[in-house]
Design a protein. Structure first.
Length: 155
């Protein structure tokens, strides 16, 4: 297991739509372990594969009792809206106030390929998952909200 380098904006891979995972096996399991190591070392609560230079639809979440690895995640239902402050490991020293759904249902696969569905997630974990899924579509928090700290983020 190892800590991977995190790509920082404006790296072009952060703006690409990630490819679906089609081959579940040891390489995916290894990537998940390394992504968890990286996320925890960097004191993050979520991390998407494109942030570590891998253009695949895979995210990890580590927040309180939630330790999730979601492969090919899709939000299949959502409701409500609230604005909240978010940071991002790929945009260091910046926080942005971003709108998110208050409740989501997510369909995905486990790293071994087993279908899973997480129903009616709310609170901070729902916000984290939405943030990470945005990364899979090349969307950053600077595209969705209002910066809380002055900084030229578009250079």
């Amino acid at each position: 297991m190892s800590v991977l380098p995190i790509l920082v904006h404006p790296h072009p891979l952060l703006r690409q739509v990630a490819a679906p995972v089609t081959d579940f096996g040891h390489p995916v399991l290894s990537l998940v372990r390394n992504m968890f190591d990286t996320m925890f070392k960097m004191k993050g609560v979520g991390l998407a594969a494109p942030q570590v230079g891998v253009s695949l639809r895979l995210v990890v979440v580590g927040y309180k009792q939630h330790q999730l690895a979601l492969v090919n995640p899709v939000i299949v239902d959502q409701s409500g809206e609230e604005w909240g402050e978010e940071g991002c490991l790929s945009l260091p020293d910046l926080t942005v106030v971003v709108p998110r759904s208050t409740r989501i249902t997510v369909s995905a696969h486990s790293p071994s390929g087993r279908p899973i569905q997480l129903k009616q997630l709310g609170g901070y974990v729902a916000r984290i998952i939405q943030h990470e899924i945005d990364h899979l579509d090349g969307i950053l928090i600077i595209d969705k909200g209002e910066a809380s700290h002055d900084r030229d983020i578009h250079s």
